[in-house]
Design a protein around this ligand. Structure first.
Ligand code: F6P
Length: 511
């Protein structure tokens, strides 16, 4: 049943009214079990949800909402390989990419065999590149899901990256990006990975053609050795002239594809075993999501909290604050994951929604954010729930730094909640500002895999409750079509039929 038609939805609306006076400080003072009850461990991730605007009654009603909207059945349909991405008639099986070999029977046994039949040669290739001392620079050319995941993971796992190899990520059609990367490269020591699920994306194809042109102009001739394609469209890659291809399947969404051949730069960076560890961490989270009771299921609790905030407390954004500089691309990665998945205005039947869906996600690493926009989080007029991500153990040995970093992240969560009322006016902090605290023991391939799978599943949960299709992205199509038309007009100068603003801009950029 659609969420807004359920009894739980109306009860949550009523509950939200009585919730207006909720105060975190009072909630803690009145309930000695609050921190423990609203904290939980999931594989490789500890989460403290207790500094959120929620309580036992809210959680109970949200669980009811999950039941009444059929969340568990929808989750199980995904894990059975049903075509839950119905607007594209596709299954949603990124989780299968992390499933151990031979662990499934029935209809999924064959796709799982295909997954491992593809993974092994890809990992063997990654090891071959790692052992090839002549290749010093790996350039990934891809955009969206074919860029953000691998880029985020290579950065996050920098301590595990093989020395002597440099990784570059080129996504933008803006030639300044590719030109700046090419400037420092030599054809004989560069491997280009052309990453595109469809192998038709204009940005990637334009960059790939320019990279090939540059390679040949530099005297490079062995395209098979210096170019590999990561794609579901092997025929298009062959037509482009690339022989070395690693495939995947239409049931892997672009923003869910870092576990597939799209993860090749990660596998080259951290090695075959590291990549397997990444998959294993994600698989552990898959199992947690599949089997833990809803009340103790971390992706479920997070996803339901997202719904509570968006639809009942009207918080329209969420800020991500990773307190680890290697996690600095996590906010950008999560932006695509959440906003491309759940930025939808119609339900699964195409009916317009009367309630909000995806929040706006944004963020920067701490402590940098503290000296930039945290002012607004502490004293602004909007409430923005913050999601801290911290890592217990550092991998460097510099004295004092990590203690200071951890002190800051804990203090920020505390300050947001406690506020400061001994001064008035400009120096007054209202406090009672919500945050979630995610803690990893260490930042490793395994824990990163678990953290990202956790985020994938929480997006599934809110999308499922909202009754939308989280796995298509029709909203990106219009811009692509119009850009084609405007491109032709920039070349020809034809402004006929355009609105006055667009026509004037066209003339201005051409003059
Ligand atoms: O623009 C939307 C999108 O389709 C994303 O969903 C996807 O990750 C990105 O473009 C890149 O697509 P591809 O991997 O097919 O080049």
């Amino acid at each position: 049943m659609r969420c807004d038609k359920t009894a739980a939805w109306s009860q949550l609306q009523q509950h939200a009214e009585s919730f207006a006076g909720f105060d975190l400080r009072t909630a803690f003072a009145g309930d000695a079990t609050r921190a423990a009850r609203l904290s939980q461990s999931a594989p490789h991730v500890f989460a403290d949800l207790s500094k959120n605007h929620t309580d036992a009654a809210t959680e109970a009603l949200l669980m009811e909402l999950a039941r009444q909207t059929g969340l568990a059945a929808h989750r199980d349909a995904m894990f059975r390989g049903e075509a839950i991405n119905h607007t594209e008639d596709r299954a949603v099986m990124h989780w299968l990419l992390r499933q151990p070999e031979g662990s499934l029977t029935g209809d999924l046994a064959q796709p799982l065999a295909l997954v491992h039949g593809t993974l092994e040669p890809m990992l063997a290739y990654a090891e071959q590149v790692r052992a090839d001392a002549q290749i010093t620079d790996i350039v990934n050319i891809g955009i969206g899901g074919s860029d953000l995941g691998p880029q985020m993971a290579v950065l996050a796992l920098q301590d595990f990256v093989l020395s002597g190899k440099r990784f570059h990520f080129v996504s933008n059609v803006d030639g300044h990006e590719l030109a700046a990367v090419l400037k420092g490269l030599k054809a004989e020591s560069t491997l280009f990975l052309i990453a595109s699920k469809t192998f038709t994306t204009i940005e990637t194809m334009t960059n790939a053609r320019s990279a090939l042109g540059w390679f040949q102009a530099q005297g490079g001739s062995d395209v098979a050795r210096h170019f590999a394609a990561l794609t579901t469209n092997v025929a298009a890659a062959a037509e482009f002239g690339i022989r070395t291809t690693f495939g995947f399947w239409d049931w892997v969404g672009g923003r869910y594809s870092m576990w597939s051949a799209i993860g090749l730069p990660v596998a080259i960076a951290i090695g075959a075993q590291g990549f397997k560890d990444l998959l294993a961490g994600a698989h552990a989270m898959d199992q947690h999501f599949q089997t833990a009771p809803l009340e103790e299921n971390l992706p479920v609790r997070l996803g339901l909290l997202d719904v509570w905030y968006r639809n009942f407390l009207n918080y329209t954004s969420r800020s991500i604050a990773p307190y680890h500089s290697a996690l600095r691309r996590v906010p950008a990665y999560l932006q695509q994951l959440e906003m491309e998945s759940n930025g939808k205005r119609v339900d699964r039947n195409g009916q317009a929604l009367s309630y909000g869906t995806s929040p706006v996600l944004w963020g920067e690493p701490g402590t940098n954010g503290q000296h930039a926009y945290f002012q607004m989080l502490h004293q602004g007029t909007d409430i923005v729930p913050l999601e801290f991500i911290a890592v217990k153990k550092p991998t460097h040995s510099l004295k004092d730094h990590h203690e200071l970093l951890l002190a800051n992240v804990i203090a920020q969560a505390q300050a947001l909640m406690q506020g400061k009322s001994d001064a008035g006016g400009h120096k007054h902090f209202t406090g009672n500002r919500p945050s979630t605290f995610l803690l990893l023991d260490e930042l490793t391939p395994t824990s990163l895999g678990a953290l990202i799978a956790l985020q994938e599943h929480r997006v599934f949960v809110s999308g499922s409750v909202w009754g939308i299709n989280s796995f298509d992205q029709w909203g990106v199509e219009l811009g692509k079509v119009l850009a084609k038309d405007i491109h032709a007009r920039i070349v020809s100068g034809d402004a006929s039929g355009l609105d006055a603003s667009t026509a004037a801009l066209l003339q201005r950029v051409r003059s």
